[in-house]
Design a protein. Sequence first.
Length: 277
Amino acid sequence: MQADDEQPVSEATRLAEKSTAAFEAAVEADSPGAQARKLEVAQDAAGDSALAGAYLFLQKLVGGIAVLLPFVVVIGDFALGGDEFTSSISAYYYSPMGNVFVGALCALGVFFLSYQYKPLPGYELDNRLSYGASAAAIGVALFPTAEHQAKAWSGEWFVSTAHLLCASILFVLLAIFSLKLFTKTDPGRPMSDAKRKRNTVFRACGWTIVGSIVLVALSNLVQPPDSLRSLLWLETIGVVAFGMSWLVKSGILGILVDRAPTAAPALVSEPPDAPAV
């Protein structure tokens, strides 16, 4: 199948086509009651199409922020006078890039929360889990990690413990998004080759997030030398995997999107030869 003969198909596109078909059916309806029902279906599909397009835009924003965040805070810190890597991404809270770190996490929280505007059919679980992801992301921003080793049961210890809890919940929910939600397929449609490839990417990203969670826990138990910055690198791997998963889900740059054949142009017949005189 040639790429030139295909065009990208998204959920927004499918819903728009459904709306168009319903409007056409309403025009051809033979009774006012049937016309009203079909117009209602068309209007609902048109609204869902616009919302699905907004969801794709949000997914691009979430994925872009996640992929860029580790590199922006690290490079920005060095550019503003930092002379070494910190122990973790969260530790950049205490660097000149602290406001960027907090702003990025709050933005992610707002974007997760915006999924609640109106659940699309089949996206109810996504919406419920995004409540938790929103609260966890904002919690990571508002409860900073301890700048130094915190004394047990002190105020700083409670705040840093809340930070660790929120970060853990956030990473677990992001893994669920990649492994369970993004891999779902409409049972009414056969799985496309592009969808199979997307699912491979989603699972790879999801298990990478899970792996980073497990290795962070092991790192806290083993406590490798600070010079290795193991927590920073493991967090970066997990955050980038999360971002890549959301970018692929958004269909950015047409990567691994479903495609539909473009209708072939109608052939223009040659006019008959003029009769001989």
